[in-house]
Design a protein around this ligand. Structure first.
Ligand code: ADP
Length: 169
């Protein structure tokens, strides 16, 4: 396993990292799940910047302040809604991880924490999502030595076990 990769079970809003990734929606309007938790804990500054940005396409990412969070910045990425698997969901989810990493690098951010994007209300099968996340992040870390640490933040036990199994911890 890549030593720059770590699986943790935690509330992502509590992490002191350079960038926390939010599983946002296209309107950047906030919502439930991790999105709601980030806006609640981070305060209104994050939403103010989201409003100025306007929207984000599925598979893409945008960056804002982290407001009151201990992190430096929030990267908002929009995961695909699972729709059976033939609607380009896998590529779109891979895009979320890749574009978030690229945006972090552009902004000189060297530690980044990802939630399990799309595996909540968006319904992406957790096993498939874990395969995609690990593959994209591993490839990125091999090619980009600037990135110091990538955390896969697993909120639920099922995701934690899936990630640990794949990274054979
Ligand atoms: P999506 O709409 O992309 O499916 P959700 O927020 O519903 O987004 O779920 C994405 C993942 O985030 C789920 O695995 C969920 O358990 C997890 N999650 C929810 N709250 C938090 C939190 N505070 N910290 C980290 N992960 C969280």
């Amino acid at each position: 396993m890549n030593k720059n990769l770590e699986v943790i079970q935690a509330d992502i809003t509590k992490l002191e990292v350079d960038a926390v990734v939010n599983a946002a929606n296209r309107q950047l309007k906030g919502g439930g799940g991790v999105d709601g938790a980030i806006h609640r804990a981070g305060g209104p500054e994050i939403m103010e910047e989201c409003r100025k940005i306007g929207s984000c396409e599925t598979g893409q990412a945008v960056i804002t302040t982290a407001g009151d969070l201990p992190a430096e910045r929030v990267i908002h990425t929009v995961g695909p809604v699972w729709n059976g698997g033939n609607k380009n969901e896998a590529d779109l989810l891979a895009g979320c991880y890749l574009h978030s990493l690229e945006l972090a690098t552009e902004h000189g951010l060297r530690t980044i924490a990802f939630p399990n994007i799309s595996t909540g209300v968006y319904g992406f099968p957790k096993e498939k999502a874990a395969d995609i996340a690990i593959k994209v992040v591993n490839e990125y870390l091999q090619q980009n030595k600037n990135m110091e640490k990538v955390y896969f933040v697993c909120f639920d036990e099922e995701n934690k076990q899936l990630y640990e199994k794949r990274l054979s911890l």
